[in-house]
Write a protein that binds this ligand. Structure first.
Ligand SMILES: [Zn+2]
Length: 174
């Protein structure tokens, strides 16, 4: 039987996260795997399953994070705390590149988290390309095809109009 406390916790966390992984920002509705309720500070370090320690995480981020709370920041070669979704704001530590394909760390915590959780995994980049593709760019790339379809549609309509005119004429003549 599902634990009612657990399902309430999941609902609350999902609402707070707006249905997105709180690390890579992937929307849960486009994932084939159910997102995890991730312990930000692992239970093995004495933390509890409470709202201030649970984040919504996709399977990839959850797997990469595992029980880490720190990671090496390669610029200083020192351990820094990983991003904490409950006490820190995503936009203070990360941003997107201009194509919305790559997450860029703005701070030591942001950069260490991008590396440790591999927030720019190839499958994530593919998903972002599909979700946030510049529609104008797509139209530019597909323009000859779209123009051909439009012209075909116009020709078909013209063909129907000609047939209709012929029919109307034949009716009015007889
Ligand atoms: Zn994720």
């Amino acid at each position: 039987m599902p634990d009612p406390g657990r399902s309430t916790l999941r609902r609350t966390v999902e609402q707070h996260a707006k249905g997105r992984c709180e690390y890579c920002q992937s929307p849960a509705k486009y994932s084939t795997q159910r997102f995890s309720l991730e312990h930000i500070i692992p239970r093995s370090q004495g933390a509890t399953t409470s709202l201030d320690n649970i984040a919504l995480a996709c399977q990839g981020c959850n797997n990469h994070k595992y029980n880490k709370v720190n990671a090496v920041y390669i610029v200083t070669n020192k351990l820094v705390a990983l991003f904490h979704p409950r006490t820190q704001r995503w936009q203070d530590h990360f941003t997107w590149d201009e194509r919305f394909e790559l997450i860029i760390g703005l701070t030591a915590t942001g950069r260490a988290t991008v590396e440790a959780l591999q927030l720019n995994r190839p499958e994530l980049i593919n998903l972002r390309k599909l979700l946030y593709a510049d529609i104008e760019q797509v139209l530019r790339e597909k323009k000859p095809f779209i123009l051909r379809c439009m012209l075909d549609g116009i020709k078909k309509r013209q063909g129907r109009m000609v047939k209709w005119h012929r029919f109307a004429l034949s009716v009015s003549i007889t």
